[in-house]
Structure formats: C-alpha cells, structure tokens
Ligand binder design. Structure first.
Ligand SMILES: Cc1cc2nc3c(=O)[nH]c(=O)nc-3n(C[C@H](O)[C@H](O)[C@H](O)COP(=O)(O)O)c2cc1C
Length: 238
C-alpha cells in the first residue's frame, strides 16, 4: 500500500505530531510505503496565474519541476494525505500554493482518472478554532479532483504544544487518530469499490457537456476526447 503525504508546514510541531501518530497506526496495521513532501520546501513558489496549465498543459507550468514529482507520487499512491496547521482560519500559505498549482486537475479541466478510486485524508491542528474551515478548504479540492472517499480530522490543541496538553486529552486525540487511520486503511483495502458520490457524478456529467462545447484545439477538450469521456466511454467510475 502506498501513501503520499503532503505536509502543509515544514515544522515538526503539532500537525506533524498528529500526522506521525496517524502514520504509526498505518504502519502497525499494514505494509505501507510512505512518500512525504514538505511545503513550502518541495514547492517553494506561488502559482503565477499564467494559466499555461489550463490552456496548454501542465507541462507548461513554470514550476513543473516541483509540481509534477508530487503529482506523479499522488498518481502512484493508494491514499493521499493533506495536512496543515490552521493559519487565520484557513490552510497554510504553502498548502494553498500547492492546491493552486493543481487547479488543472479539477473535474472542470483535466482530472486524473486514478483519483476516482483513491482514498483521501485531511488533517489539521489549531490553537483554538478553524479546523472545520481548513479541512473544508483541502477536502473540497480532493472532491473536485474526483476522490470518492475522504476522511477528516481537526484537532484543537488549546495549549502551547502537543506535549503540554493534558495527558488525557493527548490520549483522546491519539485514539481519534488511530480510528481514522484504521478507517483509512480499510478503505484502501476496498479501493475501487467505493460508491461514487452523487456530487462527482453530477459534476462530471455537467463538465462533459461543457467541455464538449469547447473549440477542438482546447487542451481540456483534447484530453477528454483522448480519454473517450466525451463519448461516455472509459468513464473513470462505474
Ligand atoms: C500565522 C498563524 C496563524 C494562526 N491562525 C490560527 C487561527 O486562525 N486559529 C487558531 O486556532 N490557531 C491559529 N494559529 C495557531 C496554529 O494553528 C496552531 O498552533 C497549530 O497547532 C500549529 O501547528 P504546528 O505546530 O504544526 O505549526 C495560527 C498560527 C500561526 C503561526
């Protein structure tokens, strides 16, 4: 089983601690190969808004040498984990910059067929509040990439660090993370058998009609045509 983890912070702080507990449970219950990326180290640029990815293809992104190794690792993985500390009630700048670079993978453009059978996990930590908004920020992108099964976990620390939280709270959070890890693992074992959410079906169908009306030389239409999706063939879900 392969799991690709994209850490929204370079710090080995609360979010990393929570992610480590999650990873440890996965290790204890299966043979897991992790690939980890740390933001912003592994993608140290903002999206420039050139729209090259949308108009011509992702290989024309000025940051292709950073973006594509992460995307290829995501393609190769059974499960994808996105993590972030809460920064002003949203995901970190590093995580947002990463998600911006992957806009072309939205169903409105050129979704990756492998995404439609993957399992996602979203994890955030906050001092006080905002994990709900932050998790939504990240899980919405996974949804628009086509991922059918997404787990979420938001932890409010209310302390200087993980270690200074009351011990019973640490244990409660460890238990919650263990539970999520087991659910994530079970879902990966059932990979490809998940029911495609109604949202995905509806969105894909609307996009199919919209992209079908584009000019024949548009990158999105060429892609959908090549996949056979415009004719309703080889759909990435059943
Ligand atoms: C720039 C910045 C903004 C933050 N904004 C929030 C916030 O909106 N809500 C909150 O509860 N905590 C906020 N925090 C606190 C962090 O989310 C919290 O301490 C988190 O657990 C840090 O994770 P880390 O140790 O992995 O870096 C913020 C911290 C920073 C540095």
């Amino acid at each position: 089983m392969k799991v690709c983890i994209i850490h929204g912070s370079p710090r080995k702080g609360n979010t990393y601690k929570a992610t480590s507990i999650f990873m440890e449970t996965l290790r204890n219950h299966g043979t897991v190969e992790f690939t980890e990326f740390f933001l912003p180290r592994d993608l140290p640029h903002f999206c420039l808004g050139c729209t090259n990815c949308f108009e011509y293809g992702e290989e024309r992104c000025p940051h292709v040498s950073y973006v594509q190794p992460i995307v290829e690792s995501m393609r190769d993985a059974d499960g994808i984990v996105l993590t972030s500390p809460v920064y002003v009630l949203a995901a970190s700048g590093g995580m947002k910059a990463f998600l911006d670079h992957l806009g072309y993978l939205f169903m409105a453009h050129r979704p990756m067929e492998e995404m439609f059978s993957k399992v996602g996990m979203i994890l955030s930590t906050a001092a006080g509040g905002g994990t709900g908004l932050t998790n939504k920020n990240m899980s919405r992108c996974m949804r628009f990439w086509g991922i059918p099964k997404i787990y979420k976990c938001g932890l409010t620390i209310f302390a200087g660090s993980w270690e200074t939280m009351p011990i019973n709270k640490q244990k409660r959070y460890e238990k919650a993370l263990n539970k999520k890890a087991k659910q994530f693992l079970n879902s990966i074992e059932r990979r490809g058998k998940h029911r495609t959410p109604l949202f995905t079906r509806a969105m894909f169908s609307v996009m199919r009609r919209m992209i079908g009306s584009y000019s024949d030389d548009s990158a999105d239409k060429v892609y959908w045509q090549k996949k056979g999706w415009l004719e309703g063939e080889n759909l990435p879900f059943v």
